[in-house]
Design a protein around this ligand. Structure first.
Ligand SMILES: Nc1ncnc2c1ncn2[C@@H]1O[C@H](COP(=O)(O)OP(=O)(O)O)[C@@H](O)[C@H]1O
Ligand SMILES: [Mg+2]
Length: 305
């Protein structure tokens, strides 16, 4: 497995008011991102996601810790040439058209003049904004702005792209479009580091995940590693029995149309429910085994704090 980003024992405090040592924001973060994957950096607001990214990009300096990008120091020019970055709340020159905007950023990088136009067209195509090439950014929707921001982050054809909350503030359609573009980047062979506080987005597109809570990584691995296949609860919807009959079988709730929803946590009790329904000549409408979700792990970790 080739490691494209390695962070080891990263610590960062900020001085606030008169607290002599400052407030600890990052508390010994270690993680590895592998080439070609979409890596999800998941954590609630204030967990330290943006601060980690700022350290990686050399925008702020950690108190302690090592950061390597493609085996080089994160502060080296050779590392910086290979990375792209979409910040959390990007600012755009809104009087520029999409093409002018990308042309401006292209001139700031080492893109060769003769390749510039083709590169801009390719990027507009990639982020689904070819039709909007001549449109001023002030006429863009929020989702379109996020995608032109992503095109900007790709202008130097980086191998590793950092996206800080790229799906934040987007409506469901905007999120789907952005997710699709991110997956396309992976298909092109790029590695994506994506921070988000939104579980579903991470679950849908990330290969591996680190969960950050209060400046510490409390879990890291593939989604399969983190989420066990074990059935944690079986939800059974029945009718024809009384709610009193359900005592001792699990949690029970009245559902629509006189049905009862039973949440059975002990596997051996499923048979008891089926027997009961048969005895009472009732009916089973659904029986759904639920496995643990990323949300369970996330909520469990946040609550323990
Ligand atoms: N420049 C700063 N000075 C002081 N505190 C900061 C600074 N930047 C971030 N923080 C604090 O660090 C914590 C983590 O912030 P941040 O990295 O932005 O979290 P996230 O991106 O996960 O929401 C927050 O409590 C935030 O208030
Ligand atoms: Mg943030």
């Amino acid at each position: 497995m080739n490691t494209v980003l390695r962070i080891e024992d990263l610590h960062k405090s900020f001085k606030i008011g008169f607290i002599p040592k400052g407030k600890k924001i990052l508390n010994g973060i270690s993680l590895e991102v592998h080439g070609g994957e979409i890596f999800g950096y998941l954590g609630p607001n204030g967990a330290g996601k943006t601060s980690t990214l700022k350290c990686v990009l050399g925008l702020i300096f950690p108190d302690k810790g090592d950061i390597e990008i493609f085996g080089q120091s994160n502060l080296s020019v050779r590392a910086k040439e290979k990375i792209g970055f979409l910040p959390e709340n990007p600012y755009f020159y809104d009087h520029l058209s999409a093409t002018e905007f990308l042309s401006f950023y292209s001139d700031l990088t080492l893109v060769k003049k003769e390749n510039k136009q083709a590169q801009i067209e390719r990027l507009l195509q990639l982020v689904g904004l070819k039709q909007a090439a001549g449109l001023q950014l002030r006429k863009f929707s929020r989702g379109m702005l996020q995608r032109i921001g992503l095109a900007q982050a790709l202008i130097n054809d980086p191998s590793l792209v950092f996206l800080d909350e790229p799906l934040g503030g987007l409506d469901p359609l905007g999120r789907k479009e952005m997710r699709d573009v991110i997956v396309r980047l992976k298909e092109e062979g790029k590695t994506v580091f994506l921070s988000s506080h939104i579980l579903q987005d991470i679950e849908m597109i990330c290969d591996r995940v680190a969960i950050l809570v209060e400046g510490q990584i409390i879990n890291q691995g593939t989604l399969q590693d983190l989420i066990s296949e074990k059935v944690t609860v079986t939800e059974i919807t029945v009718s024809g029995i009384q709610i009193e009959d359900c005592e001792g079988l699990g949690e029970h709730y009245s559902a629509q149309g006189g049905r009862i929803l039973l949440k059975v946590y002990e596997e051996e009790k499923i048979a008891n429910v089926l027997q009961l329904v048969q005895d009472k000549k009732g009916e089973i409408h659904a029986l759904i085994p639920r496995t643990e979700t990323l949300e369970d792990i996330f909520m469990g970790a946040v609550k323990q704090r």
